[in-house]
Unconditional design. Structure first.
Lengths: 449, 581
């Protein structure tokens, strides 16, 4: 009896300390692609409380722990998508060129079916980003795909680095210059907007520092008006937030690095960065990282000068590079996207897989938790039949925190959590919503100003 | 359309199905005393009914018991066979509140001016926490009489708007002028996840960020003001009326009623509350069961919506059709019907039916969990109110709990339980006098007492017409009518045409924007005595909205109202322009 009570207490404590459910598993006899520690043949992985407890041969687990036979299959770390717009209900607060105060993490949509589709492609973590309508957009949110939970807060990747969206070039020029008749109308204007915002953040920070100083001597000191927008700019200046900048052209990439140098900011990942191959040494020297498409371009004027060798050239120049989806469709086969770097650039298996695992994890400040299979890391794993870089690969199981969230063998037709009682009977359901950088900005173009 | 009446006729007890109609009357009150004699009284939710007399004087209940002595000046209502219940208290609504901005204004509005920081004015941003609901309260608004007729005596009403429309007040649903009707002013703050149109904050994430900033600045203002009052050489706090208005919120002296109909609205409101710590009431909820554990553990007060989703199943669409629900029939050569069932469609319909059931069970499930809640009428039409309550009761809500959520619970939530919610000496004389037990199908309200003011409703037998009668009823409306709808932005004109089709009447509508959705059919046409009621589904900005018409016909003239979902109800008049021979 006492034992039962003790067990109950332990259970309660465990629940109190961990907000999200975690699981125990033993994955038997798979080919383990660790990413950081080579390939381990016929190896077991023991998962306890959502963490990788042991990696080795003939591991033993308590009898009640589920065993997964991965004989002849490949176990890799869950894929990390460094650029996504799924699982959030608001993408662009496109009403001002600088909206550093908004957080897409406030609009997490636990019911988005795209989350399940991403899991079906072996993705376990996404970087849900603000769109590219504004020169300085909102703060992004790294999410774990714990599909099945109701509470939006249970999707938040605890401890992930704070990140913020910046955008250069045509999108902010078009939304604000053309759409609203305000700065920025040109690439010069984009630079000006960013410099102004940093300067205001600097001034704001100085005002608060002055107040903190005064307060020591004068109990009657009054604080300056609080401004969430410039507080966030101050946080970037203090190195608390990693910039994630939508960019295509080499000239504007160099421009932003000069601006950041002037303000002493050095944590940045360039997103898309189609002309990154032209300035790869400069990016490496700055310590900037890059998150690219495998072979997607020519969808607007500034995205014509592109190459499928981009990821390889960046990698070979020492730039930490990832391949992202920016799409609710591409996210389902990021392993194919990574494999293209072997056709265009001959990256090794490990280098190619790093593009969708450990490298994006580094860019999001979560490489201590995910991105490779190592003891102590989160048990976010994807199991494939055939090598994940093969065109014949098929995702079998996707595991988040030791809990199976996708299982090909048990994949019901209707995976909706939320059912609208008034939805009309569709010809097929779960209609694909094409995700993109300019969601929520249509209104800008329907007005003549 | 005031119908205060102190002179009541002899009460006919009708056992058959009856419906209430207010009596047109405007007699001055000659005594402040009323006696409800020999009524079956239910004093509070769960109280055993007993026969007795209720005495009322000057708006207060003075005595409730069997065999009270009736004062000589009392106006006596012989209430034998009638049932007396405490009148309802509406926890959250727009009753009597005009929507100052019409749909058309919104569509035609140019983008607001912004200052160099990119910030629109507070009004353009939809941030008007300083606004009292009084500014948009209209004592003559039809919704007041409509909801009173449904049994409501008290309502907590809030202004229309976007992110922070303003402050709510408790009103009494009786009276001629705002000063008399607004009982407790500015007792709540109203907020919702609605962005400003075309300006900051436009999206959910903008509203979130703005709430944090406003809250932080209001908190800073509290300490700044204290320092300014105490110390010397302190800069004067800059006046910002939004920050000023939010001070009672940051001090937890004024609850924020957060409108959160859907599951995600609710979880986000809870996240905001957790982040900032204000006193919050989750209001207008239709999907609260998703977060019942959180609501329970954090003791967040809850106002449930009285709206229920429509049944969209194919079964309900073509009731009685042999080939209902997810099947298509194909006639084969030997004329036997083969029913083809699409399993995917069937599975979809099944899940939707489950969801519909869950929505209907919301109140019952929460009550079963021991989570207290009140009801609010904000998103509900008067015509659906009783029907929906009964549906909730059929789906597991105990009728005692239903009555509590309409009386004692909201009274407690609004801090007026000392005065309202039950029938007891000393309480405000808010009662409904019914012809049958409250939630039973054949009940109708015969009288409403709102702070002692008596409203009488005419009881009419619903006619189950024979065909001859049906035809004579159709001729009442047959022909073409030119109508005028007096909506706030403009007077809308058009025509109704009613035709005889067998023993049925069919109708169509014309008018500006009316048939944009490609539909001109009037639906659910019911002719009863001299009144005609029907509905029309109009498409507005991609959204289907049901217009509910209720008109009285007098020869070639008609007069009445149309209620437009949550936007309110508007006056309608019509003239017959063409009548078939």
């Amino acid at each position: 009896m006492q034992k039962i009570i003790l067990f109950a207490i332990l259970l309660i404590c465990a629940n109190a300390s961990t907000q999200v459910p975690t699981g125990d598993l033993l994955i038997r006899n798979g080919t383990v692609l660790t990413i950081t520690k080579g390939v381990l043949e016929e190896t077991d992985i023991l998962v306890e409380d959502g963490k990788i407890k042991r990696i080795g041969k003939n591991l033993k687990a308590p009898s009640n722990v589920r065993e997964i036979d991965a004989t002849g299959q490949f176990v890799m770390p869950g894929i990390v998508d460094a650029h996504s717009h799924i699982a959030i209900d608001a993408v662009n607060e496109a009403t001002h060129p600088v909206t550093s105060e908004v957080k897409v993490g406030d609009s997490v949509d636990p019911f988005d079916l795209s989350i399940y589709r991403a899991l079906a492609g072996g993705v376990t973590t996404i970087h849900a980003m603000h769109g590219s309508a504004n020169a300085i957009g909102g703060q992004c949110q790294t999410l774990k795909l714990r599909y099945g939970l109701m509470d939006p807060s249970s999707f938040i990747f605890e401890g992930a680095a704070r990140t913020i969206k910046f955008a250069l070039g045509e999108n902010p020029m078009r939304v604000h210059g053309e759409g609203r008749g305000v700065q920025p109308r040109t690439r010069m204007g984009v630079e000006r907007v960013i410099r102004d915002a940093f300067q205001k953040g600097k001034d704001y920070k100085a005002k608060w520092a002055k107040y903190e100083e005064q307060k020591k001597k004068n109990p009657n000191a009054v604080p300056p008006l609080y401004n969430e927008r410039y507080q966030t700019m101050a946080d970037i200046l203090d190195g608390k937030i990693i910039i994630q900048c939508h960019s295509y052209r080499a000239d504007e990439i160099l421009m932003l690095m000069r601006v950041l140098d002037d303000f002493g900011v050095h944590r940045i990942t360039f997103q898309h960065v189609n002309e990154g191959f032209k300035v790869a040494p400069e990016l490496a020297a700055f310590g900037a990282m890059a998150s690219v498409f495998s072979d997607w371009w020519a969808y607007k004027f500034e995205v014509y000068y592109s190459t499928a060798y981009n990821a390889t050239i960046l990698t070979r120049n020492g730039v930490i590079t990832s391949i992202n989806s920016d799409s609710g469709e591409l996210i389902r086969h990021l392993f194919h996207e990574a494999a293209k770097t072997q056709r265009y650039g001959d990256l090794t298996d490990e280098e190619a897989l790093a593009l969708i695992t450990i490298n994006p994890a580094r860019q999001l400040g979560i490489d201590n938790r995910v991105g490779s299979i190592e003891v102590g890391k989160d048990a976010d794993l994807a199991i494939y039949k055939n090598h994940p870089l093969s065109i014949y690969t098929i995702p079998q199981l996707t595991i988040v925190d030791g809990i199976v969230r996708f299982d090909l063998a048990n994949d019901p037709a209707d995976m909706r959590i939320y059912v609208d009682p008034e939805e009309s009977t569709p010809t097929y359901f779960g209609q694909e919503q094409v995700e993109g950088c300019l969601i929520d900005t249509d209104f800008m173009f329907s007005h003549q100003h | 359309m005031r119908k205060v009446s102190l002179i009541a006729g002899f009460i006919l007890c009708m056992i058959s199905v009856i419906c209430g109609q207010p009596i047109e009357d405007n007699m001055p009150r000659i005594t402040g005393a009323i006696a409800l004699q020999n009524a079956t009284i239910v004093t509070a939710p769960g109280a055993a009914p007993y026969t007795g007399t209720v005495l009322i004087r000057d708006g207060l209940i003075t005595d409730v018991k069997a065999g009270s002595t009736i004062p000589p000046d009392a106006y006596i209502i012989q209430a034998d066979s009638l049932f007396v219940y405490p009148a309802f208290v509406d926890a959250f609504s727009y009753t009597g509140v005009k929507n100052p901005e019409s749909e058309d204004d919104r569509r035609n509005r140019s983008r607001p001016d912004v200052d160099e920081e990119g910030n629109p004015s507070l009004d353009d941003a939809g941030i008007t926490p300083y606004q009292s609901v009084r500014a948009s309260f209209d004592p003559k608004d039809k919704s007041i009489a409509d909801w009173r007729e449904q049994g409501f005596a008290i309502a907590h009403v809030v202004p229309h708007g976007q992110m922070l429309p303003g402050m709510g007040s408790v009103i009494i649903l009786s009276g001629e002028e705002a000063d008399k009707m607004l009982w407790k002013e500015n007792t709540s703050m109203y907020s919702q996840w609605s962005g400003a149109r075309g300006s900051y904050p436009q999206t959910l994430i903008g509203v979130f960020a703005k709430w944090r900033e406003l809250y932080q600045n209001a908190s800073q203002l509290v300490s700044h003001q204290a320092i300014y009052d105490e110390g010397t050489f302190v800069t004067r706090p800059q006046y910002n009326r939004a920050h000023e208005a939010l001070i009672p919120v940051v001090k937890n002296e004024k609850p924020v009623y957060f409108r959160a109909p859907e599951a995600k609205n609710i979880s986000r409101a809870l996240a905001l509350q957790e982040d900032l710590g204000m006193d919050m009431v989750i209001a207008d909820a239709t999907e609260a069961w998703y977060f019942k554990d959180k609501l329970k553990s954090r003791s967040i007060p809850l106002v449930l919506s009285l709206k229920l989703p429509e049944d969209k199943s194919e079964k309900s669409k073509k009731d009685g059709d042999k080939n209902a629900a997810s099947s298509d029939s194909v006639k084969t050569t030997d004329t036997t019907e083969v029913v083809i069932v699409d399993p995917e469609k069937e599975a979809f319909e099944k899940r939707r039916a489950e969801s519909l059931e869950q929505h209907r069970q919301q109140a019952g499930v929460l009550a079963g969990e021991g989570i207290p809640f009140s009801f609010g009428t904000m998103s509900t039409r008067t015509g659906d109110f009783m029907k929906n309550i009964r549906l909730m009761i059929e789906n597991g809500l105990d009728s005692v709990q239903a009555l509590a959520a309409l009386t004692t619970q909201p009274a407690k939530l609004l801090g007026i339980d000392k005065h309202c919610g039950t029938i007891a000496p000393g309480k405000m004389a808010n009662m409904m006098i019914c012809t049958a037990p409250l939630f039973s199908e054949d009940n109708t309200i015969k009288y409403m007492l709102v702070e002692g003011a008596l409203y009488e409703y005419e009881l009419k037998e619903k006619k189950k017409g024979n065909s001859k009668e049906t035809l004579s009823r159709i001729s009442l409306v047959e022909g073409t009518w030119a109508y005028l709808i007096d909506s706030p932005d403009q007077v809308r004109e058009g025509t109704f045409t009613f035709k005889k089709s067998g023993e049925q009447v069919t109708g169509t509508i014309t008018g500006q924007d009316m048939t944009d959705g490609g539909n001109d059919e009037l639906e659910n046409i019911v002719i009863d005595g001299k009144t005609i009621a029907f509905t029309f589904d109009i498409e507005l900005g991609g959204q289907m909205i049901e217009l509910e018409f209720d008109l009285e016909v007098d020869g070639d003239a008609m007069d009445g109202s149309v209620s437009v979902a949550e936007f309110g109800s508007f006056k309608v008049t019509g003239q017959r322009t063409n009548k078939p021979e």
